[in-house]
Write a protein that binds this ligand. Structure first.
Ligand code: XIL
Length: 490
């Protein structure tokens, strides 16, 4: 039996404010730091060290010693937090994996993915592949020693080349797909946050990451789902907060991948103010940059309190104190305020390939939504009867709620363009949505795919969410229909 969740009922927490804005707000932790604040304040958890190979990799790609990681996963599940697995293939903290060949890495990748399955929403498959000092090159130690530039053209993108990044993601994708997992596969690095670095020159490390993500997130590969900008901001010239942070997030988002600020901390820099502004203002700026791009779907702070941080001298986090006895800093308040403002005008100039614009759905002239066969894009293939499955969960407070909806194509044909319809049993009214365009007319609701999740291969899922108000009771809809066909519930 799991312990009862300790999620705050008031809605006044970073996690709840983030959920309402359509992203997660999480924290890195170890089992010794699981005081109540973790479950109360955050909606996502990253094991700070307990899933790294030096803890859990055994001989030949086996997985062992997972007790601490299991504790974190169980805690997250008990507290409605999603988990970001961190990390598989990394030159550091590699333990017995260090120096492994690709077949052994592949065994390990398979074992870790299957160990936790869908309990892990996102996994960092490859971490810190790129070199320091803005060279745009890869790091020269293992696992890069597995790479071979067969035709000597300066990259690892040719089919004759060997690329441990491609091959590790290929294996991860194969394991995810062949086991029906929903886990999303991320690449993670630092000093890739801005388009530029201090002084205005190009951020070559970020450009190099962009080329990797561009190559391996698109057809025919489709390996990479997400990119983590670690976001350890400090006064190193390559680690400052630049004004083009938002533009760089958007550049990656427009490839169709999710962007996470995966390890956020911000040096408070009292002695040397290279980083500019105050810490709270810097937090506000960084959180806003993410909120302004719809596919920036999560932020994780790298620890709870300054004194317990991996970089305690920077005082880079949102709380002071220790051992569960924490005090909120000005930076905490700034983040909460910014999250509560929501996404605002998201992506004012969306490109055709990406940048969904979640349409506020309480517009005065709602589109009539009772046209069950209407589809937004392309010429859809209608699934045969009941060949869709829908899961629906809500998180309700006094007068409002957020809901997460997952649609699955349970048929044999690919669906290109979908609309999901339902009828509210009460007076629920959708007020905003993400990852789909949701319109409401009376009590009939239509959720249409965003440009980047229109295609549903057999067995594939698309997830979206929304915020709504209600009075009285908030009963879930009884029936959902996908492109006019009634779905089973799952
Ligand atoms: C750090 C942890 O916070 C420390 O406790 C540990 O001693 C070293 O690793 N980039 C990463 C994280 O991807 O795994 C690192 O975490 C911080 C930098």
């Amino acid at each position: 039996m799991r312990p009862a969740p300790v999620q705050a009922a008031t809605g006044d927490s970073l996690g709840v404010a983030a959920t309402k804005a359509g992203l997660y707000f999480g924290v890195a932790a170890s089992p010794g730091r699981l005081s109540g604040i973790v479950g109360r304040e955050f909606s996502q958890l990253t094991p700070e060290n307990d899933m790294k190979p030096d803890t859990i990799a055994g001989h030949g790609g086996t997985v062992q010693n997972t007790g601490s990681a299991d504790t974190l996963v169980d805690y997250a599940q008990s507290n409605n937090m999603i988990v970001r697995g961190h990390t598989m293939v990394w030159y550091s903290q590699a333990g017995s994996l260090s120096g492994a060949n690709q077949p052994t890495l592949n065994t390990y990748i398979k074992n870790v993915l299957l160990k936790w399955g869908n309990k892990i929403a996102y996994w960092d498959v490859v971490n810190e592949a790129l070199d320091d000092n803005n060279t745009g090159e890869r790091r020269n130690q293992w696992p890069h020693t597995l790479d071979k530039d067969a035709n000597n053209d300066g990259d690892y993108f040719d089919s004759s080349d060997t690329d441990y990044i491609r091959d590790s993601f290929k294996q991860a994708r194969q394991v995810v797909d062949s086991n029906g997992l929903r886990t999303k596969l991320c690449i993670n690095d630092y000093d890739i946050e801005g388009l530029t670095v201090k002084g205005g020159s190009k951020n070559k490390k970020s450009d190099a990451m962009y080329e990797i993500v561009k190559k391996y997130s698109q057809e025919p590969y489709k390996y990479i789902d997400c990119v983590g900008f670690q976001a350890h901001f400090n006064d190193n010239p390559n680690s400052i907060i630049t004004d083009d942070l938002e533009d760089n997030i958007r550049r990656f988002a427009e490839l169709g991948v999710e962007v996470h600020l995966s390890e956020l901390d911000i040096d408070d820099d009292l002695s040397n103010n290279d980083i500019g502004a105050g810490q709270a203002a810097n937090y506000r700026k960084v959180v806003r940059a993410c909120l302004n791009v719809a596919k920036c779907t999560g932020i994780t702070v790298w620890g709870i309190s300054d004194s317990e941080s991996w970089r305690s001298s920077e005082r880079g986090l949102l709380f002071t104190g220790s051992n569960g006895n924490y005090t909120k800093k000005a930076a905490y308040t700034a983040v909460l305020e910014e999250l509560k403002k929501g996404r605002g005008t998201v992506d004012p100039t969306p490109t055709p390939t990406d940048s969904p614009t979640p349409t506020p759905t309480d517009s005065p002239t709602p589109t009539p939504t009772d046209t069950p066969t209407s589809t937004p894009t392309g010429s859809p293939t209608q699934p045969p009867e009941s060949d869709c499955r829908v899961s629906y969960s809500d998180n309700t407070w006094n007068t409002g709620f957020t809901a997460a909806v997952t649609v699955e194509n349970a048929g044999d044909d690919t669906i290109d363009g979908w609309s999901l319809t339902w009828t509210w049993p009460g007076d629920q009214k959708v007020t905003s949505a993400w990852n789909a365009t949701v319109t409401q007319s009376g009590n009939r609701v239509t959720a249409r795919n965003a440009s980047y999740n229109s295609l549903l291969a057999p067995g594939a899922t698309a997830s979206f969410g929304f915020q709504a108000s209600y009075s009285g009771s908030n009963d879930a809809p009884q029936e959902f229909a996908l492109n006019g066909v009634t779905c089973t519930r799952g």
